[in-house]
Design a protein around this ligand. Structure first.
Ligand SMILES: [Zn+2]
Length: 71
């Protein structure tokens, strides 16, 4: 029995039309198909990383902005 599940990939960008939040992931059994509801682009993607968080760089740049106080 194959069950089809659909869900939107939040924050994902369509490689074709570059619209965001328009990609719908359709999972049928072990097959994953990504479908853009904006332009209809379809592609299968293995190891889909939905809303891939940016590399956790918590290093803050030292504040080098000089504050000038005019007399
Ligand atoms: Zn698209």
């Amino acid at each position: 029995m194959t069950q089809t599940r659909k869900r939107f990939i939040a924050g994902a960008e369509c490689p074709a039309c570059h619209a965001q939040d328009t990609l719908m992931l359709t999972v049928t059994g072990e097959q994953e198909q990504v479908h853009c509801v904006q332009c209809g682009h379809q592609f299968s993607e293995r190891g889909t990383q939905p809303a891939a968080p940016p590399t956790t760089t918590t290093t803050e740049q030292p504040g080098l902005i000089g504050i000038f106080k005019p007399d």
